[in-house]
Design a protein around this ligand. Sequence first.
Ligand SMILES: *Cc1c(COP(=O)(O)O)cnc(C)c1O
Length: 232
Amino acid sequence: MDVTHSIELNLRRIRERIARACDAAGRSPDEVQLMLATKTVPAERVAVAVRLGARLIGENRVQELAEKDSVLRELDCERHFIGRLQTNKVNQVLRYVTCVQSLDRLDLADRLQRRSETTDGTVDVLLQVNTSAEESKGGVTPDAALSFARDVSKRDRLRIRGLMTIGHPDPTQVRTSYKSLHNVRNDIEQAGIDRVFMDTLSMGMSGDLEAAIAEGATMIRVGSAIFGLRTG
Ligand SMILES: *Cc1c(COP(=O)(O)O)cnc(C)c1O
């Protein structure tokens, strides 16, 4: 099967899974955006998916954003950063993305603020929350998220659009981790902080998107179910 055909088929399968999960949760499929997680996927393959209707691309590494830029910037898609971001890569990453989904510390918020002042722009961010208590994962703890949102909101060039998490790797615990992100979202929303919007809950991947949609995901990030297993 050629590459275009398999990506097309996989996209269709994912959209069917989204539709079924939304149906089961009593939600509309319009409430759930599909982001393609494209780490290690060559730009030409990403381009195929965009031509087939994908509109949101998530990349984990600044180096890969730079390498794929000449192809991707010509396409009708929006790019977000979803990986661990070093402060010294901030100026570079903002050339490519409109949203950083992995904001998890104040020194990074400060760098994003300063860069946006320099360019007289704004940047959308999601606050990354660690809902699995696994140390290898980035993100603030659920308990710290509200005060983190207050602190980040003082940086007036950042627009907090919501929250992001990477689910628990144990399938029996993943839904609980997504539920806790939803609870954090409600707490932050109720606090009514200036310049803080909670319209985006970015959670759910190839293996667990149903659990995420059941717990209120508005954006799921899918990689291997579209492009196949990563070798690198
Ligand atoms: C790779 C990745 C995904 C997608 O994972 P798959 O299991 O391939 O669907 C989602 N989010 C982040 C942050 C990732 O790094």
